[in-house]
Ligand binder design. Sequence first.
Ligand code: KIV
Ligand code: ZN
Length: 535
Amino acid sequence: MTFPPDRILIFDTTLRDGEQCPGATLNEEEKLAIARQLARLGVDIIEAGFAYASPGDFAAVQKIAEVVGTPEGPVICSLARAIRQDIQASAEALKPAAKARIHTFISTSDIHLEYQLRKTRAEVLSIAEDMVAYAKSFLEDVEFSPMDAARSDPEFLYQVLERVIAAGATTINIPDTVGYMMPQEFGDLIRGVCTHVPNIDRVVVSVHGHNDLGVAVANFLEAVKAGARQLECTINGIGERAGNASLEELVMALHVRRQYFNPYLGRPVDSTAPLTNINTQEIYKTSRLVSNLTGMLVQPNKAIVGRNAFAHESGIHQDGVLKNKLTYEIMDAKSVGLHENQIVLGKHSGRNAFGTRLRELGYELTDQDLNRAFVRFKELADKKKEVSDRDLEAIVNDEIQQAPELYHLERVQVSCGNPSCPTATVTLRTPEGKEITDAAVGTGPVDAVYRAMNRLVEVPNDLIEFSVQSVTAGIDAIGEVTIRLRHQDRVFSGHAANTDIIVASAQAYVNALNRLCYALRQPTPGVQSQVASNT
Ligand code: KIV
Ligand code: ZN
């Protein structure tokens, strides 16, 4: 790919490395919804999945290549082990994309060679070279990652990199797979690669890293100073174990501190030209979408996208901000798309006003989605006098959620209090269209609802996470419920929003059960479990 050398490329791996964390499993429609939003966000490359891992992964990569991989859109990438079948599957799935990349990898650290691959350095060198050449026979754009690069012998690393570049790699990605490095060390590693690999000037140097010691973002920023020009990151930093480097933190650090980074990219200090292609105003919306669809909540104090990231609680800070925002704010909440919580609509607002406001907030819905969301809005406006932007976002995120609807929640009724025995009666419509009803008692109303549903659906599972958050302040606020449940060794999430938190809890559970039942109907994942621990 051609790119301006003084700009940082953003390679988003939310749908590949991000999706690898327990419970973040997404179905094809959800992956597509996220990929579309990533394209609106302006990422340069979307790693859409691991095509060979399972038929579902293959189909998702193919669909994203077809729908999002337009000539103006991002490069679509698929991960492949340095194995022929993986590379072939990636090439096949990527065919519909206007711009496509195969990302192939093999470990280079002695510890991985000895215990995991059981191969010699000479064998790894030759596999890496051959498989890059093989990938190149399908596509011009080939990325190579020496897995566990951070713990590899630098001399061997340089040798592998030189050979894969000669074989045709166009991007060289240096992963800190186990999240071990400190910022200065990681910067030195990249500097070493840039100075000791003789043909390095023919490729883009990229970085990838996990956040086990909480310094992934800091490591990447040092890497930029040392010559890295592509950053592999995920929305909300989700990913394996402690996650990946977080896209929003990297982008905003590069944006807010442009003057600091400009000289490292050969620009005048005062240049105002953006360092990335990201439309920062899409950040908040993307974060919410990923959190809702994966069920991975964002911690309130998370930089940039946490609920408290722009809230000033202390009296001294509030006083300062009221006098002049710059006293305590280094960036404007609007720059990440966090709009003031305006009260915009009420029960007399029509479909037009509703659609217009959604467009102003950046939501482009299909007519069908708009109609569904409008019905929800009317229901809400009947219960809640004033409907704010945050409420609208909650409705839309809820409505465009793509949990496959096998079971449909028809009715839920609870009786509880003190003293009383919490009891719930639930009616579901089955995938075959039959209404089924059952009742149960529980330790509380939500427990009773979930027990009643389990009697109806009859798929064993354990509820491992339940959380309720209110969208806005006030007694009539919408409550958002996010849950995660485990069936055997797999985790499924569900999310729903309603002014009645029992209804939201019931709907979130139905969404998670639907995901679980849908997954049980799919062919068993191919090599996914086998390879997941390798990446
Ligand atoms: O963490 C890692 O090393 C990876 C590679 C496949 C790039 O995810
Ligand atoms: Zn990784």
